[in-house]
Design a protein around this ligand. Structure first.
Ligand code: KG4
Ligand code: ZN
Length: 334
């Protein structure tokens, strides 16, 4: 069987990324140019700045991905690109780059859903076993996704308001921590105690949905009340208590879903999968079950293009082709 070489492009948020994969799982290159430094002073991603950086970085990242992979254009079988969801101006840079290259080099073009990419980051480590349950936790998403076969996604639970990463970033902002705040809260949490009483949003009995806005409000109220009473609250304790609430709900609902659908494998995806508290709690929860739990290494948890090429390889092999009118879709459904 002939080898396949798939290129992936990702520009949905604040990383410009290009990767080249061999046979769906062998990463020949995975180049990521992060813009975090440019957005930090604004406390979040500024869409206009993100788009401009993508334009500036794209050709550089592309060239580097080809140099590292040591393949020629001739060998490339398809160009895969994140078509959504994400920031529309940011997505457009990737989509138009992919279209221009596909047209110029006469290659098939395949649009990929960003979350499918996060899920498929796990396949770079180990082959999937179905039915598979994915906990997707990122800055924009909190979803439980059931997969019965490759390329088939059923959302069985999702957040009704904020995404888990978004809640992390907002609480970090209240604690005056830099952007993105998730990793800083994670670090502080390890040094604090869970002494601040905060709610857990279980929602109605058996629900696999999530809600983090109540928790976020509870943290704001706790901080304000302490300020009014001139009491000193330890940021470490707030971080530890907040993280405990998020982690407990994510872990328990993932476990319930795994039991309910009798899955063969559980994987975790998205930037928040880098969280030490979550990794620890999930590992412990699935320890004495016969369901293998897989969490990707941190560089594959956050946005990258190898994950897009990984999901794109499956879509390509299943015959998916995008037409020349492929467009960025900020609210693309999985
Ligand atoms: O998947 P990702 O790189 O981008 C999106 O598609 O959103 O996820 C970024 C999110 C941010 O909200 C960031 O604060 C969060 O992931 N994050 C973390 C950790 N590392 C990144 N949240 C909690 N703990 C971490 N260690
Ligand atoms: Zn992402």
């Amino acid at each position: 069987k002939k080898n396949t070489y798939i290129m992936g492009i990702e520009t949905s948020c604040d990383e410009t990324a290009v990767a080249i994969l061999k046979n769906g799982t062998e990463v020949l290159s995975n180049v990521v140019a992060s813009q975090i430094e440019s957005h930090k002073r604004f406390g979040g991603v500024v869409p206009e700045i993100a788009s401009r950086h993508h334009v500036e970085q794209m050709t550089i990242v592309l060239e580097e991905a080809f140099n590292q992979a040591n393949v020629t254009w001739n060998q490339i079988d398809a160009i895969t690109v994140t078509e959504g969801p994400g920031l529309v101006g940011a997505l457009l840079v990737g989509v138009n780059t992919a279209k221009a290259l596909a047209f110029a080099k006469q290659k098939p073009l395949v649009g990929v859903h960003h979350i499918a990419g996060h899920i498929y980051a796990n396949r770079l480590e180990k082959e999937f076993e179905f039915p598979l349950l994915a906990l997707v936790v990122s800055g924009g998403h909190t979803e439980l996704v059931l997969m019965r076969e490759h390329g088939n996604y059923e959302v069985i639970g999702e957040t009704l308001d904020d995404a888990a990463g978004e809640a992390y970033d907002k609480v970090a902002r209240m604690l005056k921590l830099p952007y993105p705040g998730g990793p800083f809260i994670d670090k502080l949490a390890a040094e604090g105690t869970e002494s601040v009483s905060l709610p857990r949003a279980w929602l109605e009995e058996g629900s696999l949905n999530f809600s983090f806005s109540g928790l976020k409000s509870a943290v704001i109220n706790t901080i304000h009340n302490a300020e009014q009473r001139r009491e000193k609250l330890n940021p470490e304790d707030i971080a530890a208590s907040f993280q405990a609430s998020v982690v407990e709900v994510l872990t328990e609902k993932t476990f319930q879903a795994a039991m309910k659908y009798d899955v063969k494998q559980v994987i975790v995806a998205g930037g928040v999968a880098a969280n030490k508290g979550l990794r620890h709690a999930l590992t412990k929860r699935f320890l004495n079950t016969d369901i293998p739990l897989q969490i990707p290494p941190i560089h594959l948890c956050t946005d990258n293009a190898a994950m897009i090429a990984a999901a794109g390889t499956i879509a390509f092999e299943q015959g998916k082709r995008s037409a020349w009118d492929l467009n960025a879709n900020p609210s693309l459904v999985l």
